[in-house]
Design a protein around this ligand. Structure first.
Ligand code: CDV
Length: 323
């Protein structure tokens, strides 16, 4: 029996800072309806789907920063999205800024949730690879203060069984790291979901700005192929509060082929029939881990950066004071 799942990537256009969050949720529900009308059983929304990409601004007042965070989920504002998905019997994943109390300490994470067909939260992922910097760097056209506003997630990638398949979540910058896909695949994941907000301008190496789209697909297609995974990469796109964000959201087969891709930088749904059994085309053959992989020959992979003698290379290459 086929385990095929119809998956939708629900790309979002810009969320402007002054846009009420209710209006954003209305747009997400419209995308959900459109996806369901096309038969989608699972819908993937972008990173920080409820707000503008606020790490682009340096803000000193914690109350100003906290205005972008959610303290409960589903919050009353987001509840209509959960309710509509449940009515439609559609599972979904989306990203948001999470503020939470852990052992008496307030913590903030860049988080995504996986929500099942009955509207229940099945799993949570907190972004592991936080890009950017912690201090205000006025030389940049805009800031990338994820390292200031969020703490890195402390839980490893995990898998969630849903619709008869194993899903794993990652967020934006995670997609550039080969370890992300390998860890997921070693855990048996068959479908990786990755929401992103990627500015077209990269301040440290602006000579790479024209490569943003290429690098986006390069890393996700390689991750899919080298690990025999479906990859669903979904952006928040378009001109958002003074910064152009990359679109080209896509659904990638375990062969590394893009099987669906958006063609606008606004709200747009694409779908594909994703058969998890196709992972075996890769995993039973060219990347059969148990037959061909040689972990004992890759000892540096398990070393921490500071104990790895080649780590100084990356430090000395940097042109600007921070990453
Ligand atoms: N939201 C992100 O993680 N964005 C990064 C940018 C800073 C390069 C990304 O990897 O797309």
């Amino acid at each position: 029996m086929s385990r095929e799942i119809i998956i939708a990537a629900a790309q979002m256009g810009p969320n402007l800072r002054e846009a009420p969050r209710e209006a954003t949720v209305v747009r997400m529900i419209a995308l959900l309806n459109k996806a369901a009308a096309r038969g989608a059983q699972f819908v993937v929304f972008p990173e920080l789907a409820l707000t503008t990409f606020f790490p682009r601004w340096f803000m000193e007042k914690q109350s100003e920063i906290d205005a972008f965070f959610e303290t409960e989920m589903p919050s009353p504002l987001v509840e209509p999205l959960f309710r509509r998905a449940k009515e439609l019997g559609v599972a979904f994943t989306f990203g948001y800024a999470e503020k939470t109390l852990i052992n008496g300490r307030i913590r903030r994470f860049n988080t995504s949730l996986m929500v099942g067909v009955a509207g229940d939260i099945l799993s949570r992922y907190r972004k592991i690879h936080l890009p950017g910097h912690t201090e205000h760097e006025p030389w940049r056209a805009f800031q990338h203060l994820e390292k200031r506003y969020f703490e890195p997630g402390e839980e490893c990638y995990s898998t969630t069984t849903l619709l008869g398949s194993k899903f794993s979540m990652a967020i934006c910058n995670d997609r550039r790291w080969p370890e992300t896909y390998r860890e997921m695949a070693l855990r048996g994941a068959e479908i990786a979901t990755i929401g992103y907000n990627t500015p077209l301008h990269y301040a440290q190496t602006p000579e790479h700005d024209h490569l943003q789209s290429f690098h986006n697909h390069l890393c996700m297609q390689a991750g899919a192929y080298q690990n025999g995974l479906w990859v669903i990469g979904v952006g928040k796109a378009g001109y958002e509060d003074g910064s152009w964000l990359l679109g080209q959201s896509c659904i990638i087969a375990p062969t590394g082929e893009i099987v669906a891709m958006t063609s606008t930088v606004g709200d747009e749904v694409i779908t594909a029939a994703c058969d998890p059994d196709r992972c075996a085309e890769i995993r039973d053959n060219i990347f059969n881990f148990s037959r061909h992989r040689r972990p004992e020959m890759y000892p540096f992979l398990s070393m921490k950066n500071e104990t790895n003698p080649t780590h100084s290379y990356t430090v000395s290459y940097s042109k600007e004071p921070s990453g």
